[in-house]
Design a protein around this ligand. Structure first.
Ligand code: ZN
Length: 402
């Protein structure tokens, strides 16, 4: 059995991060408190702290209503949208060609069909932004509708367990937006040219946050352990990703006497679940010329589920490193190799050709499609014993390195 005092600590961390804090949304006080809490713990275990500050938008929402001639339609407030209170006719576009030829100026524009298959990347997202997304966004800005309504089908790959999912989630996009189900979209599409009254209650505020990095030992040759600390609004964010942060906290304690030859950096990334990826960008900026010093990134996201094993996947790892990592995991129970996935912060490193190792739960598809980003992601889904086991295993892996 894992060290009972560590397990106890893990349970307390879990309760604090998921239940005591009202939210860990980037830009919120809860998010700053979570980061200060972790910073204080890291410092108490002898780590040197580095705060990478950033500006961001914090955002709060009220209700959204859409009414055509006395008939109500179910619409939801688009995340990070500006608010509006407007009356205008509805026009529809289902494809890029239709969008190009539609006169949407001063109208309420409903997007459906091919245009709404996958969530659009935010305008200024630096890591991945397909031309088609950019084209849709720039057309919308050119057409100047009063508001955009998006009717979306289910798409767990793009939006996790959320249905309908918001097509637009972007604090830099200034046209008010709301989203609705495919069925409501169909009903609305048959009512074009009628006057619609749309109210979206939402408010954007400038705010700030920081990305934390904690160091021990020589930074010129270091292993970076990471786990995003932020969460979407409206979720306790237990598996996604208090669990990963707890492994960082346990590992920090296990390494409190560490003085090995390899440097260690602990990074609770602050922006994996925020449209702006502000923490990741702040980290990259602070490390511009120093990323070639990173020997390996170990990123944790969605691990510690009661169900199944903890699975690992490798990215950009040379054979020798691969063999070393695989050996550590095969000598420990409860771990297995799983398929690669590309929606986590390990890609920050892997995209630059830096070796990375990602840890998650065997039932990650279920987590992604049923649990993540919803109120269901609560502490009772997390097995703290698995988190302790993971921290101890990572400590062993580090010892093999030196
Ligand atoms: Zn996550």
């Amino acid at each position: 059995m894992a060290d009972p005092s560590l397990k106890n600590k893990a349970e307390n961390y879990l309760k604090y991060l998921c239940l005591d804090l009202p939210t860990r949304r980037v830009g919120s006080q809860g998010n700053r408190n979570a980061n200060e809490f972790v910073a204080e713990k890291f410092a108490s275990f002898g780590f040197k702290l580095e705060r990478q500050p950033f500006d961001c938008i914090d955002w709060t929402q009220g209700a959204a209503t859409l009414c055509l001639n006395g008939e109500q339609f179910q619409v939801q407030v688009g995340p990070f949208t500006a608010g509006c209170d407007t009356r205008a006719p509805v026009v529809v576009a289902c494809s890029l060609e239709e969008l190009e030829s539609t006169d949407a100026c001063d109208k309420i524009l409903l997007l459906r069909g091919d245009l709404t298959r996958e969530q659009l990347m935010p305008k200024n997202f630096p890591f991945y932004n397909p031309d088609e997304h950019k084209r849709i966004i720039s057309l919308l800005e050119m057409k100047k509708p009063r508001a955009v309504l998006t009717a979306t089908a289910r798409n767990p790959e793009s939006a996790g367990a959320v249905y309908p999912f918001p097509l637009i989630e972007d604090g830099d996009f200034d046209i008010p937006s709301a989203y609705l189900t495919e069925e409501e979209g169909e009903r609305l599409a048959s009512r074009t040219d009628e006057m619609a009254a749309l109210v979206i209650e939402a408010e954007r505020r400038s705010s700030s946050g920081f990305n934390l990095a904690a160091h021990k030992g020589r930074p010129e040759r270091r292993v970076v352990f990471s786990a995003h600390i932020d969460a979407k609004d409206n979720t306790p964010g237990a598996l996604d990703n208090a669990a990963g942060v707890i492994v960082l906290l346990l590992l920090a304690e296990l390494l409190k006497e560490y003085d090995g030859r390899i440097g260690i950096e602990l990074v609770p990334f602050n922006g994996e679940d925020h449209y702006s990826a502000a923490g990741e960008i702040a980290y990259l900026r602070a490390n511009e010329s120093k990323l070639n010093q990173v020997l390996l990134n170990i990123n944790m996201d969605g691990l510690g589920s009661h169900k199944g094993k903890t699975i690992y996947s490798l990215y950009e790892c040379p054979d020798e490193l691969k063999a070393k990592i695989q050996k550590t995991f095969t000598t420990q129970s409860g771990f297995g190799e799983g398929p690669p996935w590309f929606q986590g912060d390990h890609m920050v490193f892997a995209m630059l050709g830096i070796p990375a190792l990602a840890l998650t739960s065997e039932n990650f598809v279920e987590i992604l499609t049923e649990i993540a980003h919803t109120p269901k992601d609560s502490p009772d889904l997390v097995d703290c014993e698995k988190l302790v086991k993971t921290a101890i295993t990572l400590q062993k892996m580090l010892a093999d390195f030196t």
